[in-house]
Write a protein that binds this ligand. Structure first.
Ligand SMILES: Cc1ncc(COP(=O)(O)O)c(C=O)c1O
Length: 373
């Protein structure tokens, strides 16, 4: 099966270990099990003893009841039977396209976004139509353009909210209009929501799984909850036939997720307010650092992100983005991701939810490097 190279993941695979200062990471500063237990005020020894005694079975095939209950608490209408546990959101997106998309199906996807949303359906033989997001429209979808594309018949519309890489946020009223477009086309609405919950103003944004009977929400423990190492994500949808298709296909590739991972995730989700408090405070402080830096350095500009952990920074220097970012890594040890990995020229994606000191160092080195190119 042919598939386009996954530009952002290939970049990270190749350079991540060489970075002295990584400001490309998209998770909110990852936490250890010890930090989680302290945050949740769980007695460490009792938790570990109990974990160590559990027979290492496949666990609950669709996900443990405690974990599913925790995931449900992130939605308004979703029940445990509406969720399927997966190997990260990466696994969820893949499984979803694998289960629902056939050759010739029309899939609409926004761009820039996480490349899975268009390259996987394309590899399955779908006719993929891209809907460009533009800075002059706040990186938000143009509804007239979407309506026109969907009217020609679409099996699925793919969006990403909040958006990676821009940090744009579709508010509920915009989401409701997109739902109406999907509904008139009879299309599934897939929303990659791995950054949902990280709004700068602390507000909460609706999930398409709550708004629409054919809405499919993809979530994950990686970004919002700082636990990418659990490799846990999920598909949430009230469309029973779609979820059944995913389970049937998942039997061939996954069987179940790790039972110990799910136990840790269940603890984190039961204490989600504490984790969110930590993580929202961090993205707020760090966004201030990022915006202050951009205001000071005339070479760089960005549309302030409203949510999530990433921003697309534009620059006015000569090198194209891959050369610019490679030079930055080689000369200053700082890792960011070239805008060209997202089809965006003269720009790079920054992940600003790392430790504040790392961000400050990275930005200082970036400015010094910019003076040399
Ligand atoms: C929009 C988006 N979806 C999915 C993923 C994959 O996340 P996970 O670690 O849950 O597999 C990422 C990771 O960067 C992402 O940015």
């Amino acid at each position: 099966m042919q598939i386009a190279p996954f530009a952002v993941e290939e970049w990270m695979n190749r350079y991540e270990t060489q970075a002295r200062c990584n400001i490309a990471e998209t998770c909110v500063d990852s936490i250890s099990l010890d930090e989680l237990l302290a945050l949740c005020q769980q007695p460490r020894q009792a938790f570990l003893d109990q974990l160590a005694k559990r027979p290492l079975t496949y666990g609950d095939i669709v996900g443990s009841p405690e974990y599913l209950e925790g995931v449900c608490s992130l939605y308004r209408t979703i029940q445990p039977q509406n969720i399927l546990s997966t190997h990260g959101a990466a696994g969820a997106n893949h499984l979803l396209f694998y289960s629902l998309i056939e050759p010739g199906d029309r899939v609409i996807s926004v761009t820039p976004t996480y490349q899975q949303l268009y390259s996987i359906p394309s590899s399955f033989g779908a006719e993929v139509v891209l809907l460009p997001l533009r800075p002059e429209e706040g990186w938000l979808p143009n509804l007239d353009a979407l309506r026109r594309l969907a009217a020609d018949g679409a099996k699925m519309i793919c969006i990403n909210n909040p958006n990676n890489p821009t940090g744009a946020l579709m508010e509920d009223s915009l989401l409701e209009q997109i739902v109406e477009i999907a509904r008139s086309a009879g299309a599934y609405l897939l929303c990659d929501e791995v950054y949902r919950g990280l709004n700068q103003d602390g507000s909460k944004t609706a999930s398409v799984a709550d708004l629409y009977e054919k809405g499919i929400s993809i979530g994950s423990m990686s970004k919002v909850f700082s636990m990418a190492g659990l490799r846990l994500g999920w598909i949430a949808t009230r469309d029973k036939a779609a979820l059944d298709a995913c389970l049937s296909h998942r039997d061939y590739s996954l069987i179940s997720c790790g039972m110990l991972d799910e136990q840790i995730a269940a603890l984190a989700l039961a204490n989600k307010e504490k984790l969110l408090e930590r993580n929202i405070a961090l993205i707020r402080e760090n966004l201030r650092i990022l915006l202050d830096w951009a205001a000071e350095d005339p070479h760089f500009s960005l549309l302030p992100p409203k949510a999530g952990t990433t921003a697309l920074v534009q620059y006015d220097l000569a090198p194209e983005s891959v050369d610019f970012c490679r030079g930055l890594l080689e000369q200053a040890g700082v890792l960011v991701v070239p805008g060209d990995c997202f089809g965006q020229k003269k720009s790079f994606r920054i992940g600003y939810a790392c430790a504040a000191d790392v961000l400050r160092d990275g930005l200082r080195l970036l400015s010094a490097y910019a003076r040399t190119v």
